[in-house]
Ligand binder design. Structure first.
Ligand SMILES: NC(=O)c1ccc[n+]([C@@H]2O[C@H](COP(=O)([O-])OP(=O)(O)OC[C@H]3O[C@@H](n4cnc5c(N)ncnc54)[C@H](OP(=O)(O)O)[C@@H]3O)[C@@H](O)[C@H]2O)c1
Length: 340
């Protein structure tokens, strides 16, 4: 086998295992800038819950060949090489960030130029690396799948999660009339309101269905972004408006619904939609990137939208970063700096 250029990347000892099995491998084959693609020297990458599943080799969906073995779906960095047939004007030395199918826990990544986003001068590498996954997911759920229309009301569950925080801000700037968010502590509720929620429900103290009933006087809510699943399902249907949409993004509380009466959907002509980001094809991802640039990039660069960074690690501490995420100790995004 011919020996091409190598790079450092995070690997899992024996192919799968706990956080302590993560290490920086110095002899991983380096990607190249093939036709239509740009090679980026990575400065920072963001962590996501799916990385834990990939580390343990129990990722629930078939990974596309594009994903490769290396974890990490969001990054920021500097353009190192521009492949043939690229024509969007990216140049060596440009600062960029973006979403990837995988491969961001590394010194270099090769991505289609259509998916790259120029880094605004007001954003630094660590912040930019924490943006793509949650903002793309929120934009997908609210706009592309949920079809949020001007003046509609929105209920966002797990409002203080990474996806929830992005969704509140995207809904606020996307024309929602009223946003209700749910979260598990008063501090998280305060954060939801700071980000743009009109009402934040501490679900440990109050039933969100009662709050929706109170706020909308029985009309119900037009669009529900649900990350919780099982424990909220009956109440989601109960507090949805006529012809509302429920967009399922995750099932944090469990995925099996017991004794659900389908007439709850029929009675109100509800649409239940489910979506995942990483399984989408390259054209869809590129369209989503464009929607992100249209609806969020300027707001992020001027500070009208933001990401909450929980901790920033050097990538040599990747095991600590995974341990923190697995223990649910983070409130906001975890980011690693590459060769800081
Ligand atoms: N479909 C997609 O394309 C897509 C894309 C990205 C992420 N996701 C998924 O979305 C989920 C959230 O990801 P994230 O990175 O935003 O998470 P995160 O920032 O780690 O936040 C998760 C939060 O969800 C809340 N939560 C957890 N279990 C709950 C339960 N049983 N009932 C109510 N709330 C609960 C907790 O907040 P409280 O203290 O407020 O309860 C927790 O802090 C993950 O499952 C992730 O895999 C899906």
């Amino acid at each position: 086998m011919s020996k091409g250029p190598t790079m450092k990347a995070v690997s899992v000892r024996d192919g799968r295992g706990p956080a302590s099995s993560l290490y920086i491998n110095s002899s991983v084959p380096a990607p190249v800038a093939s036709a239509g693609r740009v090679l980026v020297a990575i400065k920072a990458f963001g962590l996501n819950r799916m990385d834990i599943m990939q580390r343990e080799d129990r990722y629930p969906y078939p990974l596309l060949p594009e994903s490769g073995k290396i974890m990490g779906v969001e990054f920021s960095g500097v353009v190192e090489e521009v492949g043939e047939k690229c024509n969007l004007g990216f140049k060596v030395g440009d600062k960029v960030f973006g979403l990837a199918y995988g491969g961001a826990y590394a010194e270099k990544i090769s991505v289609p130029e259509r998916t790259l986003i120029p880094l605004p001068p007001t954003l630094d590498f660590k912040t930019a690396a924490a943006i793509p996954e949650t903002f793309f997911t929120a934009i997908q759920a609210l706009h592309l799948v949920g079809g949020l229309a001007q003046g509609e009301s929105v209920l966002i569950h797990a409002g203080a999660s990474g996806v929830g925080q992005s969704a509140i801000q995207v809904a606020r700037h996307g024309g929602a009339s009223k946003i209700i968010a749910t979260a598990g502590t008063d501090e998280k509720c305060a954060l939801c309101k700071e980000l743009g929620a009109d009402v934040a429900v501490n679900y440990r103290k109050e039933d969100f269905a009662d709050v929706v009933q109170r706020e909308f006087g029985g009309k119900g809510v037009d669009l529900i972004i649900d990350l919780v699943g099982q424990s909220y399902w009956h109440r989601n249907a109960a507090c949805a408006a006529m012809e509302a949409r429920i967009v399922l993004v995750a099932a944090l509380s469990g995925s099996v619904i017991d004794k659900f009466d389908l007439r709850a959907l029929l009675n109100k002509r509800l649409s239940v939609l489910a979506t995942t980001l990483r399984t989408r094809n390259a054209e869809y991802q590129a369209a989503l990137r464009d929607k992100f640039v249209e609806t969020a990039l300027e707001h992020l660069s001027t500070g009208r939208m933001r990401v909450t960074l929980d901790r920033v690690y050097d990538w040599s501490q990747i095991a600590d970063a995974h341990t923190r995420m697995e223990a649910n100790e983070n409130a906001g995004k975890l980011v690693c700096l590459v060769n800081s």
